[in-house]
Write a protein that binds this ligand. Structure first.
Ligand code: HPA
Ligand code: ZN
Length: 328
């Protein structure tokens, strides 16, 4: 499972930070973060809202571009060790200099530098999706949209929406999504992880994304599932994250297999792997165990992710060639 070539489309860069990495930076900078770690060294939190608080506390040690260069390299090395050959990461200018464009350019240069090094060293390609934080509100999202549009190019490919899903309505972010779409950027948004089918439907109507982060609660409305399948909207499904945060009661109850059977385009990702005690290998192993996924299902997931990736065609071709090379 570990060696199977994989593509991951839903990964929060800071959320992928190994706890030891964050603890090490805290020690270097004399920042007291003891409250966010368990005795065994993992992140300590209860439930989604608290997770977001601990996440933001961990980000306080990522104080400059150099910290993001080291973070990016550490995250990509770990992903590559699980067979990931292409990954898209949510990048938040809010955590990279407070959504100031000049600062964002410096952070981004460091992230891109690390991505190039990781591609040479570990054979993994990274592309970025600029993501405002929903609970910071629509006005701050506009500053993030400006950062996204100004740096849209071969590396920054898309615009997204993360954070507390139940705060604000999707339409509050239409200005930012319209601006990103007009600039030619690809679009995705978290919806239907906590919100119901109405949140997914409003997100599709008001933000018009090509992909949806999670989207699992759409499964409660058969007509909406049919609509998503017909439109070819891709779901970035993160089953381990959903089970760990109790967005679904158990792996058995996860709608991933059902959504695929109903013709929805589905991909699999880890979301914030160390926070949810998962890896791409674990996701694949559990899908095999619980839903009897085998060669054909994993091939479908891979091809769906390859087609749904926001990269340019030259990069897609290179990733395709890498898949074939891995297979020998
Ligand atoms: N969901 C929503 N927002 C987030 C997440 C997540 O898993 N991680 C970081 N921001
Ligand atoms: Zn997410």
């Amino acid at each position: 499972m570990r060696d199977l070539p994989k593509i991951e489309l839903h990964l929060h860069l800071e959320g992928a930070a190994p706890p030891a990495f964050i603890r090490g930076l805290a020690r270097e900078k004399n920042i007291d973060l003891s409250g966010i770690f368990r005795e065994d060294g993992g992140y300590a939190y209860k439930g989604f809202d608290h997770f977001l608080q601990v996440y933001e506390a961990a980000c306080t040690v990522l104080t400059g571009p150099e910290e993001f260069r080291r973070l990016t390299l550490a995250v990509l090395e770990e992903s590559a060790s699980h067979g990931v050959i292409y990954t898209e990461a949510f990048l938040s200018p809010e955590f990279c200099g407070g959504a100031d464009l000049a600062a964002w350019r410096d952070y981004l240069a460091a992230i891109e530098d690390a991505a190039a090094e990781a591609e040479r060293t570990f054979g993994i390609t990274l592309r970025g999706i600029v993501t405002p934080i929903r609970h910071f509100g629509p006005e701050r999202a506009k500053a993030t949209a400006r950062c996204a549009i100004e740096t849209f190019g071969p590396f920054i490919r898309g615009f997204g929406l993360a954070g507390a899903e139940m705060m604000h309505r999707p339409g509050d972010f239409s200005w930012s999504f319209d601006a990103a779409r007009e600039a030619g950027m690809h679009l995705t948004a978290h919806a239907g992880e906590w919100g119901g089918p109405d949140m997914v439907a409003d997100t599709i109507r008001d933000l018009r994304p090509e992909r949806i982060g999670h989207g699992i609660n759409a499964s409660r409305d058969p007509a909406l599932v049919e609509d998503i399948a017909e439109r070819g909207i891709v779901l970035e499904v993160c089953p381990g994250s959903n089970v760990f945060l109790a967005a679904v009661p158990s792996w058995r109850d996860h709608p991933i297999a059902d959504l695929m059977a109903r013709g929805v385009k589905v991909t699999v990702s880890t979301d914030d792997p160390p926070f949810f005690h998962t890896t791409m290998t674990k996701e694949y192993e559990t899908l095999a165990k619980v839903f009897d996924f085998g060669e054909s299902e994993f091939e479908t997931l891979l091809q769906t992710a390859l087609s749904a990736a926001f990269c340019d065609e030259e990069t897609r071709g290179r990733v395709k060639a890498r898949i074939e090379a891995r297979r020998g």
